[in-house]
Design a protein around this ligand. Structure first.
Ligand SMILES: Nc1ncnc2c1ncn2[C@@H]1O[C@H](COP(=O)(O)OP(=O)(O)OP(=O)(O)O)[C@@H](O)[C@H]1O
Length: 260
């Protein structure tokens, strides 16, 4: 067994007196790529927040959150090991900052750069390398608020990866991509998986579940309702239960698609 990078026990999150994450336990080992799916409001982003220390569960005696073998983290230190890309972050980054500035700002855990950030030639070189890796070097001087969703997503992945984190959480629940952008996104995910990162992909698009992702978690009503090998979990029965209606699944070349 590889070292667990995320080890959460009995996490419960409440908002406005309502339980939105209900006693969830989850262990993810290093190099294990997983997808988390489930209906709108099932608790996926909340769980991602718990994993990345953006959301703090209720205090319970049996609750524990161990990340990379450690219970306590300074958020700036954690960001070097755990990168997160989410729709709220994409919205926050939709500014007049250039792609280069947004990518470099990942090194400072900030959004964009100001006079307080001392950018060195080494930072510039790191940003250049990572933008080349994710095929966005041609966008380097463009403002973030002029990019397409797919381009902005790649810029944010590059921002998250500039720290070379070993775990990357991609909470993509809302953004929709066209077919070519989806294919490009899958190839970005493959690059990440091939470079030894642990991927946690939160998605509504089964076609984004690349072959490298072998484990799928299904959430429903704040709980994990199914967790296991992709082939066992991505069934019409389980998805019908998760989404509350008949779901049809197709499976081709190791990729899945679903529709109602
Ligand atoms: N800060 C908050 N205050 C109040 N309710 C919240 C808050 N954050 C989340 N919720 C509620 O908690 C539930 C779970 O939200 P969450 O965003 O985790 O779901 P999700 O599975 O990621 O949904 P989606 O697929 O729509 O992004 C939802 O009903 C949501 O409205």
């Amino acid at each position: 067994m590889n070292m667990p990078v995320v080890d959460i026990s009995h996490a419960t999150v409440s908002r406005n007196g309502r339980i939105i994450l209900d006693d969830v336990s989850l262990c993810i080992e290093e190099h294990q790529h997983i997808a988390i799916i489930g209906a709108n409001g099932a608790g996926k982003s909340t769980l991602a927040g718990v994993m990345s220390m953006g959301v703090h569960p209720l205090y319970r005696e049996n609750f524990s959150r161990i990340l990379f073998g450690q219970r306590k983290w300074h958020i700036h230190e954690l960001r070097k090991k755990l990168g997160i890309v989410s729709q709220p972050l994409q919205t926050l980054c939709s500014t007049t900052y250039t792609v280069t500035e947004i990518v470099i700002s990942g090194l400072f855990s900030s959004i964009g750069l100001d006079f307080s950030h001392h950018v060195t030639p080494e930072h510039d070189r790191q940003a250049h390398d990572i933008m080349e890796k994710f095929n966005i070097i041609h966008l380097k001087d463009k403002s973030m608020n002029t990019l397409s969703s797919g381009e902005a997503r790649r810029a944010l992945i590059a921002r998250a990866c500039i720290n070379d984190p070993s775990l990357l959480i991609l909470d993509e629940a809302v953004t929709s991509l066209d077919f070519p952008s989806r294919a490009q996104y899958r190839s970005t995910l493959r690059t990440l998986a091939d470079t030894g990162k642990t991927l946690v992909l939160i998605t509504h698009e089964l076609s984004e579940i690349i072959t490298e992702i072998e484990r799928v978690i299904v959430m429903k009503d704040g709980r994990i309702m199914a967790d296991g090998p992709k082939e066992d979990i991505l069934t019409e029965e389980i998805l019908a239960d998760a989404y509350g209606q008949k779901v049809y699944i197709d499976h081709r070349d190791g990729l899945y698609s679903a529709w109602c």
